[in-house]
Design a protein around this ligand. Structure first.
Ligand code: NAD
Length: 296
């Protein structure tokens, strides 16, 4: 029997394209789940995009803070210079301005954060290396997190890199008694926020550990980052170089709302385009579903 195919209306064609895209998305999710299950040492890199669904805007996405206000980007570049030139003024300004921590305490982890924590609990994900300073991976249950750009809930000594809970220091009293900046209890060095400001070097402990992890992983899940901030953006390249030079099978998967330089330069093997809060939980479900076949 021959089926006669008549002209498809524009609406019908849209539906067919949607079906095809939906099918493609399903295939990619299945592929990522299989790649994760087969991996021996998987790590995740994350950026501001994974926290947008928690209500924290990113910098460079379509609704990003800098996309909307380019002057904010210029101001951000001045913070570290301010600390270096005059740590007292840096602290006075911080204490008189609005509390970033207050805002960050109000937001909650989203399904993307929980999905990565679950992948760690299942025993598949070894580390999350995040550019985010919002502490949401830790609050979402991830135990092994490297805060590449620091953590807004910590302070750090610029000399010996010791981290402190901000409550260790009575900042208001130090301000009243004109004794800012707070000083390190181990080496007497000046203390700043743990957040790595622009033009500030990445603390060597976290930089070295992240490099080691990127050098030994066989799968990298890169989630919600425009991958343009260096040296963080080198980490996928470290993995890719090892793949090319040593012929080792390393898989780099991007989950992002839009293509990035990693997609365009073919550093990532494939992009699953969409929201991390929707895609990551589906990958975890698929991992759990087919994991049994692989004895995981
Ligand atoms: P970015 O703003 O440069 O890029 C974010 C990327 O994520 C964009 O490509 C965007 O399209 C994508 N994206 C946005 N929402 C998404 C979603 N729901 N699912 C998937 N993708 C999504 O962010 P970056 O690469 O992390 O670099 C910005 C720098 O700013 C970092 O160094 C970071 O430390 C800092 N930052 C941190 C926070 C935070 O702690 N939450 C927020 C803003 C900026």
């Amino acid at each position: 029997m021959e089926i006669e195919i008549g002209p498809i209306s524009e609406r019908g064609m849209g539906f067919l394209i949607l079906l095809r895209e939906g099918g493609k998305m399903k295939d990619l999710i299945k592929r990522a789940a299989e790649d994760l299950i087969k991996s021996a040492y998987a790590i995740a890199l994350t950026g501001a995009g994974i926290s947008t669904e928690s209500g924290i805007p990113d910098f460079r996405g379509p609704s990003g803070i800098w996309t909307k206000d380019p002057e904010a980007e210029k101001r951000a570049y001045q913070s570290y210079e301010k600390f270096r030139k005059n740590p007292k003024e840096y602290w006075k300004e911080r204490l008189s301005g609005p509390s970033l921590l207050g805002d960050l305490r109000k937001v909650m982890p989203n399904p993307g954060h929980y999905a990565l924590a679950e992948l760690e609990q299942i025993g598949i994900l070894q580390w999350v290396i995040t550019q985010n300073v919002d502490n949401l991976h830790q609050r979402g249950g991830s135990q092994k997190v490297l805060d590449y750009h620091g953590n807004a809930f910590k302070l750090r000594c610029v000399s010996c890199h010791a981290r402190y809970d901000p409550n260790v220091f009575d900042l208001e009293r130090l301000n009243r008694e004109n004794q800012l900046p707070p000083l390190c209890k181990k080496c007497n060095g000046a203390i700043k926020s743990d957040v790595v400001h622009f033009n500030e070097p990445i603390p060597p402990d976290v930089a070295e550990r992240s490099f080691e992890e990127a050098s030994q992983c066989d799968l990298m899940l890169i989630c919600g980052t425009s991958a343009v901030v260096y040296p963080f953006a080198n980490l996928p390249r470290v993995a890719k170089r090892r793949q090319l030079e040593k012929g080792i099978g390393i898989i780099l998967i991007e989950i992002n709302a839009e293509p990035t330089p990693l997609t365009e330069q073919k550093i990532s093997d494939y992009l699953i385009q969409g929201k991390t809060g929707q895609i990551l939980p589906q990958i975890v479900e698929e991992v759990k579903r087919i994991g049994k076949e692989y004895g995981k």
